[in-house]
Structure formats: structure tokens, C-alpha cells
Design a protein around this ligand. Structure first.
Ligand SMILES: [Zn+2]
Length: 351
């Protein structure tokens, strides 16, 4: 699936942008919220980084001419990177040479990580990723964020979303963690499919832990026994509000989502999720859904890739709203959405 083709609907879309787009929203993928961990854990993490397979020379050379003279901004094939103001005041980055050297190394590393991720998933985002490094971000040194901006609107009577840009914000303390970079880059890749929060985080922790060997979240022993249930009897994973959430359940959610995603990965093989994304890409329905993909639709794709119905598996884990769908059901649902949108637009015009 390399060299991802744009579907015709997207091609039309770009021609019609000025007329038809009604909203540009910011949707965010994540926070890799981490507690201020013990030094020991950091040391262990760095030792593993040293032997990481991702520290290869990137395929594309980083050209020093692509760094501005003040050493505040640089670009490469898939990234731009810049220093936020608060970082320029720190002794380690207050000189141009220091910043230039850092940017050169960072772009090289991030390109290498990008190559590895592209190889792993078989697809890559079409947009450049804009990285900003901070001393603190949103008053914290502990949260890294990947944000996917998207547009949505009616095109020829159909509701369509499309990606407008991808940005990443790292406090330097988080950027220095190899696992966090892998986690965030996973979001940049997989969020082009508008997947549910729990799946997005689960897969990011899976890549961070199993692939980049930089994970801080441990798996639970039992998906059944370690499930947390809300007042309606539903698995608390479904209530994950996303990046801004700071609840007593947040750490549980990361661990449980990882355990769940890892369970299916172990059961169905290393290329299981690649197949899932390929199936989504082939159908192109993810772009026509309102906001994020409902879990039932995700479970449809998981089941297709697994070759068996996974609804009973999810129902046993208290995903009570998950139901078995066919592709015809999903198409009917999308058509219903389109019809509702057309009607509400007409009503608005009449008013
Ligand atoms: Zn995340």
C-alpha cells in the first residue's frame, strides 16, 4: 500500500475547498502523559535505546542549508522542527551552534524513525509533521502531544473529512525519551484513519513498548479481571476523553488499552494491524464518518482482518455497545448521515 492513492472523492474535494468546507477542527490524538518517574527507569530506558533498531542512518540526508541562520528552525523530507521561545533561554540552547547541531541530529533521528514506521505500517501520512520543542508545554514538562488538524464539510452532497496538518509538541524532557517519540509518531501515522481514542493509544503504547523498547506501561494479567466498569456496566475504556483527560483512570486506560491491543496482535500475528489499516484504506469509509470511528465499525475491520467475528470477544470485556456489522450496515449508516446533513443544510437555507 505504499504510494497511497487518493480516492477520487478526495481529489474533487481539494478543488472545491473554498466553496464547500464548513469547518476546520482540531482533533487531537494524544497525550503521552507520564508521571515524573524515578531516575532508574530513565536510565533503563536509555540503555535499551542504545541498542534500538531505530537508530539507523536515515534514507534521506539532512541538508544543513535547510536550517535557518538563527538556528531556530529546520526542515527535512517529512518534518519541520522549531525551538519555542522558552527553550531558547536555556543555557543548553542559547547559542546558534548548539541549536543547529541539535536540529541536525533531531531531524536525522526523526527521519530514521519515520522510515522504520513507514516500513512497519506500509503507509505514511501525506502531510509534513511540524515539530515544536519547548521547555514546558501547557505548563508541564510531562506531556507530549500529537495533533491532527482536519477539515470537514459537504462535497457534492456527501460528508467528508480530510487531514489539513499534523503537529507535535514536545517538552524537551519528553522529546529526549525514545519511547515517547515512537509513541507520538505512531499517532501521526494511525490518526489519519480517525480511530477511537482507546485504539489509538493502545497501538501507540504497543509500538512504544514492543517495537521501540521504550515503554513505561505494563500489561495487565487478565483483560477480564482487570477491566474497570462504569456505572452503566460498560468498559471504562470507551469513556476515554482523549488528550486533555486527567483522571484517576488515565494510567489504567493506557495499560488496559495496551493489554487489549497486544492480545489481538499476539493472537493474529505481527501484520494484523497492517491488514486492519489496509482494509480501512480500501473502503475509504473512515473519511465519511462524523468525528472518530465508533468502536463497532473498528471491530468490523478487526474481525475482517482476523477472519472471525470478534464481537463476542469485545462483549465479554464489557464493550456492551459493540454489535456485529456488515459492510452494508456501515454504508447504510454513512448514507443516513449524508441524508441528514443534506436535509439540515436545506432547512438552514430556507430559514
Ligand atoms: Zn498517546
Amino acid at each position: 500500500m505504499r504510494g497511497k492513492k487518493r480516492r477520487p472523492i478526495v481529489a474533487n474535494f481539494w478543488h472545491l475547498i473554498p466553496m464547500l468546507l464548513v469547518a476546520a477542527l482540531v482533533f487531537n490524538g494524544c497525550t503521552a502523559l507520564e508521571e515524573a518517574r524515578q531516575r532508574r527507569e530513565k536510565r533503563l530506558l536509555e540503555e535499551r535505546n542504545a541498542s534500538s533498531l531505530m537508530l539507523k542512518t536515515p534514507k534521506s540526508e539532512i541538508d544543513p542549508d535547510n536550517i535557518t541562520e538563527d538556528g531556530l528552525f529546520g526542515k527535512s523530507d517529512h518534518y519541520t522542527i522549531k525551538f519555542a521561545e522558552d527553550l531558547q533561554q536555556l543555557p543548553a540552547f542559547d547559542e546558534i551552534d548548539e541549536r543547529e547541531e541539535f536540529i541536525l541530529g533531531a531531524l536525522g533521528y526523526m527521519e530514521s524513525l519515520y522510515d522504520a514506521m513507514h516500513e512497519l505500517f506500509g503507509f505514511h501520512p501525506e502531510h509534513k509533521i511540524h515539530v515544536t520543542l519547548h521547555d514546558t508545554f501547557r505548563d508541564s514538562r510531562l506531556g507530549a502531544f500529537t495533533t491532527t488538524q482536519y477539515r470537514r464539510g459537504m462535497i457534492n452532497g456527501r460528508y467528508v473529512k480530510s487531514i489539513e496538518g499534523i503537529s507535535m509538541d514536545f517538552p524537551m524532557q519528553m522529546y529526549e525519551k525514545h519511547g515517547v517519540r515512537a509513541h507520538e509518531l505512531t499517532h501521526a501515522f494511525t490518526n489519519i484513519y480517525y480511530i477511537p481514542v482507546w485504539f489509538s493509544e493502545g497501538i501507540a503504547v504497543l509500538i512504544q513498548t514492543e517495537y521501540a523498547k521504550g515503554g513505561l506501561h505494563r500489561k495487565y494479567d487478565s483483560l477480564k479481571a482487570d477491566a474497570r466498569i462504569d456505572i452503566n456496566g460498560k468498559n471504562e475504556l470507551e469513556n476515554w476523553g482523549g488528550h486533555t483527560e486527567n483522571s484517576p483512570l488515565t494510567q489504567w486506560r493506557y495499560r488496559y488499552a495496551y493489554t487489549l491491543v497486544a492480545e489481538l496482535w499476539e493472537r493474529y500475528g505481527a501484520d494484523f494491524y497492517i491488514k486492519v489499516f489496509e482494509l480501512m484504506e480500501a473502503d475509504g469509509l473512515h473519511q465519511q464518518l462524523e468525528d472518530l470511528m465508533p468502536t463497532s465499525i473498528l471491530v468490523y475491520y478487526l474481525s475482517e482482518a482476523a477472519g472471525e467475528d470478534l464481537v463476542p470477544f469485545f462483549r465479554k470485556l464489557y464493550f456492551n455497545d459493540v454489535r456485529q456489522l456488515t459492510k452494508a450496515d456501515i454504508i447504510r449508516y454513512v448514507e443516513g448521515l449524508n441524508q441528514n446533513r443534506r436535509q439540515s443544510n436545506q432547512n438552514r437555507r430556507r430559514r
